[in-house]
Design a protein around this ligand. Structure first.
Ligand code: SF4
Length: 361
């Protein structure tokens, strides 16, 4: 900790601000550990505004851990559709099933036990323990590291896993033992709304007088981050193929890997998305030809380590052209697509498709 850091006053300033300014979020109206767990998993990599309707629907559909434990995978993926990072919901269900099996249906209250559950890392463990059970446990994510790096002038490289411990210790030294739940949420809130990455609003910051980097004007030097994550780029050419009965050809992705078990339009991975080249490659791979091919507008989809540049098409096929289809393929109506779990890139394609169909009517 910095010399002369007045921890008591820091807690008072932080918590007073939090109780005055905190956003009214649905998961802040409960201390049910299962609900807090759901919210924390949804909030990973996803903005608060996006999460709210998903959280409300999820809790309404699976109000108890038993309900979630017994849910069908396809139904689960459907309700998660659009949130991305689908392994989160699978792990959440596996974790809940473990709580029922191993912990008699009670979310465990120690870091060791709760961390043994699938999908619960050090941050989520600390968030549930502090928010639901009021235990003084650290919950350090990127927002918290940024606030502490700036406030305590910690120059450990946050892209190195071993640095996390330094921040966890910083939180443990400063956390309020009277109200750890509000304390952790206040730090997260501060990182999300005031001490933001590029433009911290220091003049409105409740802990400005405790902040070392503010005093020196070095806020933007923190946090220190050296390693750049390599992002792979791929060009994807999905085709919404409609037969004469109005149905679309859909493919179920493999059970393992990216977007596992989600449904999508068949696509080609190619560096040449132009129509002529697409048609030739398509014929080679699928063995049938497409007609009335229409080019839709390209868009991007960003995964954590991969960016897809997507060049979508809309085309027709005659059923008589198709000799056979592998078992992961199925023709379904536009309404039936609505029932299948489909990933965000497909939803963006569907939106353009619907507009195109409307224009043609
Ligand atoms: Fe962040 Fe500025 Fe507040 Fe320091 S004073 S914690 S840099 S917002």
């Amino acid at each position: 900790m910095r010399p002369n850091f007045d921890n008591n006053q820091f807690q008072v300033d932080l918590l007073t601000w939090y109780h005055r300014e905190k956003r009214d979020l649905p998961w802040r109206r409960t201390s049910n550990p299962y609900y807090i767990w759901v919210s924390e998993i949804m909030l990973q990599q996803t903005r608060v505004d996006t999460v709210i309707p998903y959280y409300e629907k999820f809790i309404a559909t699976y109000p108890t851990m038993e309900a979630l434990a017994n849910a069908e995978e396809e139904e689960l993926l459907k309700i998660w559709e659009g949130l991305g990072y689908y392994s989160r919901v699978r792990n959440l269900q596996a974790g809940v099933q473990e709580v029922i099996r191993t912990f008699k249906g009670e979310v465990p209250r120690t870091r060791k036990e709760i961390s043994s559950l699938k999908g619960i890392g050090p941050y989520t463990a600390g968030a549930i323990l502090s928010i639901a059970f009021g235990l003084p446990e650290h919950a350090v994510d990127g927002n918290v590291m940024r606030v502490y790096a700036r406030m305590l002038e910690i120059d450990a490289d946050i892209s190195q896993a071993k640095s996390k411990k330094i921040f966890e210790e910083g939180v443990m030294e400063t956390i309020s033992h009277d109200d750890p739940s509000s304390f952790n949420q206040a730090i997260m809130e501060l990182g999300a709304t005031v001490c933001t990455p590029k433009k911290p609003t220091c003049l409105l910051c409740p802990v400005q007088q405790h902040c070392g980097s503010f005093e020196k004007g070095t806020q933007l030097n923190y946090p220190v981050k050296t390693k750049k994550i390599k992002v792979k780029q791929e060009t994807i050419v999905p085709i919404a193929i409609q037969n004469e009965q109005g149905q679309f050809l859909m493919r179920k992705r493999p059970a393992k890997g990216l977007l596992s078990n989600m449904w999508e339009f068949p696509y080609l991975t190619t560096d040449d998305p132009a129509k002529t080249s697409m048609l030739q490659t398509f014929k080679k791979i699928y063995g049938f030809s497409l007609s009335n091919v229409q080019t839709l507008s390209p868009y991007k989809h960003v995964f954590s380590h991969l960016v897809w540049t997507i060049h979508p098409y809309y085309a027709n096929v005659s059923l008589s052209e198709i000799q056979e289809l592998k078992e992961e393929y199925r023709f379904v109506s536009r309404e039936e697509i609505q029932e299948l779990p489909t990933a965000v890139p497909v939803l963006a394609h569907l939106e353009q498709l619907d507009q195109q169909i409307k224009r043609e009517q």
